[in-house]
Design a protein around this ligand. Structure first.
Ligand code: ZN
Length: 192
């Protein structure tokens, strides 16, 4: 932890560069990805502070929209779309994802019941090759399912209907840094 603290101390010594951030934020993109430490959205995209609004969840799962049941995920999506007016939403899965791998392999998660119950939101269970350590196929299928789920959020459905919102499915390889994007016309993931 100490190196992180040292860096945080040094980081605070450049107030000029960040002073304008006090005026507010107007990010163009909501970036939804996994909590995995190997996925660093700002590093992948080159985004500067203020450019990416982020939602990170275990396995980049977008839970079902459930009116009357508050969730941080729904609040984050709604705020991004309705208040910040983001133009695009990216759901970015990644290779070697522990959450998706557990689903694909049908692992017993009873020892981590909170994880088990959260991953139960990932229905249908992503199809993929259990032997593939990268779980590429499983993650790509899973990302598309989350994109479909997002469409059921009223704010997203409204944005799509108005043509003011675009949805994107990405797959990031943690071991190469390569980003693949889903191409709807061919239903395949190819390099950006
Ligand atoms: Zn993951």
């Amino acid at each position: 932890m100490q190196p992180l603290i040292d860096n945080a101390r040094a980081f605070g010594r450049r107030p000029e560069e960040f002073a304008r951030l006090a005026e507010g934020q107007s990010p163009d993109v909501l970036f939804i990805t996994c909590s995995d430490s190997r996925v660093v959205p700002a590093l992948i995209t080159g985004a500067r502070p203020g450019e990416l609004f982020e939602l990170r969840t275990a396995g980049n799962i977008v839970p079902p929209y459930a009116p009357g049941r508050p969730s941080g995920e729904a609040a984050t999506v709604e705020y991004a779309v309705e208040v910040l007016g983001v133009r695009d939403v990216v759901v970015c899965g990644h290779s070697h994802c522990g959450a998706v791998g557990a689903l694909v392999r049908g692992e017993d998660l009873d020892a981590v019941p909170a994880v088990r119950d959260w991953l139960a939101h990932a229905t249908p269970r992503p199809a993929g090759t259990a032997e593939d350590p990268a779980v590429a196929e499983g993650v790509q299928n899973h990302v598309l399912t989350q994109l479909l789920r997002l469409r059921s959020y009223p704010c997203v459905a409204g944005g799509l209907a108005d043509g003011r919102l675009g949805l994107h499915a990405w797959y990031y390889e943690v071991h190469t840094g390569t980003v693949l994007a889903h191409r709807p016309h061919t239903d395949t993931f190819t390099a950006l």
